[in-house]
Design a protein around this ligand. Structure first.
Ligand code: G3P
Ligand code: CA
Length: 320
């Protein structure tokens, strides 16, 4: 087993040794590199180790997806259910629902901390080669804020509220509790180093119009009928009422080359997802080529990527 503090130290030392992070004045006007689930191309997603590596690779923002535990803690997890990326089936064999799935909302944080996290994809970090645990939102924030203090950089967080309507139906409303944590850690106002993202417009509208949040918000858009409606001029007009940006599936940008211009005309930044070495989009020979096209041809304002180091390198190389 490799201890957690050891992993974090390794990656921070590596960053200094390789001079990967760039100086603040070099990052002023460049597109944002958003570490998708941390540096999830290299380490199991959403672990503190993956976030520390992403920080060390020069990311501007670290992305936690958020679901809730039974006792109301925010967990850095992509899925509401636990069996895809943890050993919950072994530890709590009797806690599955009738649909055969183990939900984070059915376990307390103390129980979830007994689980071991493993890689989602077979082609990435080898399962069982090291030990990782489920991280909480507070743990991620404390890691980022601590590293910001020790490095002098200003890296932000880019939390996604996963399925707020479903959580509310489980008796776990997310929005109020989420804002309480943000405020407690000093994330307030429109200048905060935060983007709050969600696929559900209702949650973003509640945060902005009912709860008075001024934190920057991003409306996520899938490559489906709903996404196709949202990228229309009318759809963007509606989004601009409660958000400062859009987070479209990258295929929506490829298919709608005017989308970046149309979003910018409404004051919306554009942060498409997800750029992965293993899955460049149709027509691109590599992820690097794809990233260069999005940065220098489409003019996006940032990208979500599992490989933050590669995105930083593409930006530093400049237009081909
Ligand atoms: O939040 C942007 C992107 O991550 C949305 O997709 O499924 O990876 O959360 P997902
Ligand atoms: Ca996400």
């Amino acid at each position: 087993m490799i201890c957690k503090v050891g992993w974090i130290a390794v990656w921070v030392v590596l960053s200094v040794a390789t001079q990967l992070p760039v100086a603040a004045d070099e990052t002023a006007n460049r597109p944002l590199v958003i570490a998708h689930r941390g540096a999830s191309g290299y380490l199991p997603e959403h672990t503190l180790e993956a976030y520390a590596m992403a920080y060390a690779q020069g990311s501007d923002y670290l992305e936690p997806d958020l679901v809730m535990s039974k006792d109301g803690h925010f967990l850095c997890l992509h899925d509401r259910h636990l069996e895809t990326t943890t050993n919950v089936e072994e530890v709590f064999p009797d806690r599955k629902r009738e649909d055969g799935r183990w939900y984070a909302a059915d376990l307390t944080l103390e129980e979830i901390k007994q689980l071991s996290v493993h890689e989602r994809m077979d082609s990435r970090f080898p399962k069982g080669a090291a030990s990782f645990e489920v991280a909480t939102l507070e743990e991620l924030i404390e890691l980022v804020q601590g590293l910001n203090q020790t490095t002098g950089r200003e890296v932000g967080i880019y939390p996604e509220l996963k399925a707020p309507a479903w959580h509310r139906a489980q008796g776990l409303p997310m929005e109020e509790a989420f804002l309480e944590i943000m405020t407690r850690y000093g994330y307030e106002g429109e200048e905060a180093l935060v983007f709050v993202q969600c696929f559900e417009a209702e949650a973003l509208q509640r945060l902005r119009h009912e709860l008075g949040s001024e934190l920057p918000q991003v409306m996520l858009m899938s490559d489906n009928a709903r996404g196709a409606q949202l990228v229309t001029p009318e759809g963007l007009d509606a989004v601009a009422e409660f958000a400062e940006g859009i987070g479209p599936n990258k295929r929506l940008v490829d298919r709608n080359p005017d989308l970046v211009r149309d979003a910018h005309a409404r004051g919306l930044v554009v942060h498409p997802w997800t750029f992965r070495v293993e899955a460049p989009g149709d027509g691109y020979a590599s992820m690097d080529e794809e990233l260069a096209h999005f940065f220098f041809e489409y003019g996006v304002d940032g990208v979500f990527t599992d490989f933050p180091d590669r995105a930083v390198a593409v930006i530093q190389r400049g237009a081909p």
